[in-house]
Design a protein around this ligand. Structure first.
Ligand code: SF4
Length: 891
């Protein structure tokens, strides 16, 4: 410990702190304007200077290491005078009106504290209001460079540039014109760091500053960033990152930071509704619940319990999803329960469970900075999981190696050591080819193979048939690049895999993930920090929804029905049904066969998001009774709904989410729900009561539900709400004194000492090009929109990305005489859509990429019936299409 005196009082500190950190630890505040804990300290503004006995100059506290024996004065007259002088210089041309407008800004507080008056009265530079979220007023710039540094060091976007030197120094966006025209991705980091208000959120200029701040978890993607939500009279006015959040580390993306206006959208449904003669009519809750209970009881009596299906929601909390599956099993008596994990990462869960024994990410996001090489397979992380993408990018900029497997030149491909730009649908032969190189070139980890892996001899024989030179034409990749990627992954340790839907939404999705696990097993890249196989889950709580038991074959905790039956029946005091349940895709099939008579879709617009949308719509329309539970009248409700339950958003309820790295985090109520909208769990309890099963749903709060969850879920037993108040916890966490688990499989696997290598043959997709359908189309998200667009399309994100688009190479566009922005007709074997094109060099000739967020385009009409051959996840990523200029369409 270091012995240090501060302002004449003795203190002890551990070694390794800066003076500033030590001062903050003992509650002493010194001013800083260039400092931000998220950045490397520079000491540039010198405001944090302190006096140290025996030193002949003042030293900057932010970047001076604390040393034993230091005697520090933080507010001596000399230091305070120096600070006042520095502030006067900064305020010489500063507009006084800015201080009056936002007195709480960091720089403005210092001016008041040191009684320094800004001398500029009028703004000398016109503000730039071009951006939908960020107001730019460089008259207020005090050249602290925080915006420049945070954009470079945290986001890695390099938007802000320093022009000129000395008195002429200016900070400008890389467009040289407006922020809107720059390469800004609207993460808001520069705004969050700006101490003066030169960069400011438009929302607080329009709505006023927050009166109250509440910490909660982002409701968009599965990264699980924690946010601080600022409110004023039941209105969200601003969202900022939680600075100490373990995942996001004081950073957010455009969705988490800015896309919150959907909560206050005028078309929120705030009262329950029943459809009569085709018209939706507002009704009282008791009528909606009674009507639903009567219909469900009638259908169960007439057709049997297995004629009803329930879909949990990746947008809802763990507690909501736990009750949804309990309702299906205990109230209805069916295992027909599923959630949208079916259409995204069910293959990951199945493959990881089959090979490692646990169907979830093996490692943590904090491993990103510890790895030396990344293998990214089918994940466009900077757009789909932006905070993880930014952390990967920063780690690569600091020297880690990067292999990208993706049909497109995604942003991270620009930073890659090797980009394997594969033909869609060929992940299995490519990953097998990498395994072949690993073995052929003797790059395997012998000791790991000997001690922790089974099936080696058979696998070695099998994989010989996948030499890169043989697979190159199948995958459309140079075999030298396959060899280079395999060497890089096998020899740069630890190496970490992340994968996304580009791997899973394929006919061989589950087997593709198994091939990735094979690589990790062969090279020993598992069971230690900075390694492993890690699915990037799409929606905030998709991992949780499935894990809570919204799967036909599994109870809570991924416990197979037969494994968990005794425990659950004991705790529920009700039988768990025997009959095998239907998954989502099987429910659609059953509807089409006339066997599914009722469906309850909680927060899940399957009409818009399911593949083969025309056929799906026909099936859904044949269901006798459809209950839709959502914030908005979605496509499913519009087309097929009979009763509508309006729900509270994640800002309007309490509970927990589970992120991609198995972390349970609190969701906290920030504002009251509008009108009569209710949390999902309350609706489920009410309906259970109306169906005579209220005794099994006697819950009064999400915490009470959580207590039951942890009684049935061994790996989550140690996670309590009280513990979550101090921060999220990663399961397995079996006891209340267990710290949670950051890395799985360090010594053994749940299934035993060894994990098996799997021999996976390639089975080509049925979606092949022909003279009639010459293009291969893949689909995905854009940074600015989210899934069905339910939330983001009701925010100013539409100004940043207003419509779905079809990306095409310049060569193909020229050949078809298409120009950027032109609308085209796209036709597959299953349907057609009309969409504007973007000429994009990221796409190879002969291939296309489209986003799927809007009902106007309804892209899923193009997607075929192909499914993963193990868990039925649809083949969204491969579809053969043709395109036609609208002027040539005769129909
Ligand atoms: Fe929210 Fe995901 Fe963006 Fe984080 S990365 S702010 S969790 S959308």
């Amino acid at each position: 410990m270091l012995q240090v005196t501060i302002n004449d009082r003795a203190h002890e500190f551990p070694a390794g702190l800066t003076i500033l950190t030590a001062l903050r630890q003992v509650g002493i505040d010194v001013p800083t304007v260039c400092h931000d804990d998220r950045l490397e300290p520079t000491g540039a503004c010198r405001l944090c200077s302190v006096e140290i006995a025996g030193w002949n100059r003042y030293v900057t506290a932010c970047n001076t290491p604390l040393a034993n024996g230091m005697s520090i004065q933080t507010h001596s007259p000399g230091v305070e005078d120096a600070r006042r002088t520095l502030l006067r210089l900064l305020a010489a041309n500063y507009p006084a009106e800015a201080v009056r407008e936002f007195p709480e800004k960091q720089f403005h507080r210092y001016l008041a504290q040191y009684r320094v008056s800004p001398l500029g009265e009028v703004r000398s530079v016109a503000p730039d209001p071009s951006h939908p979220y960020i107001h730019v007023d460089m008259t207020q710039c005090i050249i602290c460079f925080r915006c420049v540094r945070i954009c470079n060091e945290l986001q890695g976007q390099f938007v802000w540039k320093v022009w000129d030197r000395g008195d002429g120094t200016r900070i400008v966006p890389d467009s040289g014109t407006t922020l809107r025209e720059s390469s800004c991705v609207a993460c808001g980091a520069c705004v969050d760091s700006c101490p003066s208000g030169a960069l400011e959120d438009k929302s607080i200029r329009q709505l006023g500053v927050a009166e109250k701040w509440t910490r909660t978890t982002c409701s968009y993607c599965g990264v699980g960033c924690e946010i601080m939500v600022g409110t004023q009279r039941n209105r969200i006015v601003q969202i900022r990152p939680a600075l100490d959040a373990p995942v996001s580390k004081g950073h957010l993306c455009v969705k988490g930071r800015y896309a919150f206006d959907f909560v206050h959208a005028p078309d929120r449904i705030t009262q329950p509704m029943i459809r009569k003669n085709g018209e939706w009519k507002n009704v009282r809750w008791q009528d909606a619940i009674g009507f639903t209970a009567d219909n469900l009881a009638r259908i169960v009596t007439k057709y049997g319990a297995d004629s009803v299906g329930v879909l949990g929601s990746a947008r809802a909390t763990n507690e909501d999803n736990y009750l949804a599956q309990k309702f299906a099993r205990v109230v209805l008596g069916t295992n027909n329960v599923d959630c949208c994990a079916r259409v995204c990462h069910a293959p990951s869960a199945a493959a990881l469970k089959a090979m490692f024994g646990t169907g979830a990410a093996t490692n943590s996001f904090d491993d990103i900075e510890q790895t030396r090489a990344f293998l990214l397979c089918g994940t466009n992380a900077t757009e789909n999981h932006p905070i993880v993408g930014a952390r990967i990018k920063q780690t690569v900029l600091r020297g880690a190696k990067l292999i990208v497997i993706d049909p497109r030149k995604i942003e991270l491909a620009q930073y890659a050591d090797v980009h394997l730009q594969i033909k869609p649908g060929t992940n299995v032969p490519l990953l097998n080819a990498m395994a072949c190189v690993t073995i052929e070139e003797k790059l395997v980890d012998e000791s790991v193979l000997n001690e922790r892996v089974s099936g080696w001899d058979e696998f070695r024989e099998f994989i010989r048939g996948f030499a890169p030179e043989k697979m190159a034409t199948v995958c459309d990749v140079d075999p030298k690049l396959i060899r280079e990627a395999a060497r890089l992954y096998a020899t740069t340790k630890p190496a970490m895999c992340f994968h996304g839907l580009g791997l899973t939404e394929q006919r061989q999705g589950t087997e593709g993930v198994m091939c990735l696990v094979n690589l990790a097993l062969l090279t020993g890249n598992f069971g230690k920090p900075g390694s492993g196989v890690n699915p990037l889950r799409g929606q905030n709580n998709v991992q949780g929804a499935a894990h809570m038991g919204c799967e036909p074959g599994n109870l809570t905790g991924m416990l197979a029905l037969d494994e968990g039956r005794t425990l659950f029946e004991e705790i529920w005091r009700a039988p768990v049904p025997d009959a095998k349940g239907l998954d989502l895709m099987q429910m659609i099939d059953a509807a089409s066969d006339g066997k599914l008579k009722a469906l309850w879709a909680i927060g899940y617009d399957i009409a818009l998001t399911n593949p083969n949308a025309n056929a799906t719509a026909q099936s859904l329309k044949s269901i006798e009774f459809v209950i839709v539970q959502d914030m908005f009248l979605n496509e499913l409700a519009r087309e097929c709904g009979h009763v509508f339950f309006p729900v509270a958003s994640s800002f309007e309820r309490d509970g927990t989410f589970m992120n991609s790295e198995r972390r349970i985090q609190r969701v906290r109520k920030v504002i009251e729900a509008p009108g009569e909208a209710k949390a999902d769990w309350k609706i489920i309890c009410d309906l259970a009561g109306a169906m005579g099963k209220g005794e099994f749903f006697n819950f009064h709060s999400p915490e009470e539900i959580w207590e039951e969850i942890r009684s049935v879920w061994k790996a989550g037993h140690g996670i309590t709400y009280a513990r979550l108040e101090k921060g999220g916890l990663q399961w397995p966490c079996p006891t209340e004194d267990h710290p949670g688990t950051t890395v799985l499989h360090t010594k053994s696997f749940p299934s035993g000492e060894r994990a098996p290598l799997k021999r996976i043959e390639f089975a080509a997709s049925g979606e092949t090009t022909s003279s009639e359908f010459p293009f291969l189309l893949t689909t995905g998200r854009t940074l600015y929109q989210f899934n069905a667009g339910t939330m983001t399309m009701r925010t100013p994100n539409t100004e940043l990305r207003s419509t779905d688009t079809l990306d095409i190479s310049a060569e193909d566009a020229a050949r078809l005489e298409l120009s950027h922005g032109e609308r085209v007709r796209v036709r597959s074997r299953y349907g057609e859509v009309f969409t504007p094109i973007r000429i994009n060099p990221a796409v190879k000739p002969g291939e296309l990429f489209a986003t799927f967020h809007t009902s106007e385009v309804f892209l899923n009409r193009l997607i075929g019936p192909g499914r993963d051959n193990v868990v039925h996840t649809p083949e969204y990523k491969v579809v053969a299409v043709r395109i036609k200029k609208l002027s040539l369409v005769t129909r």
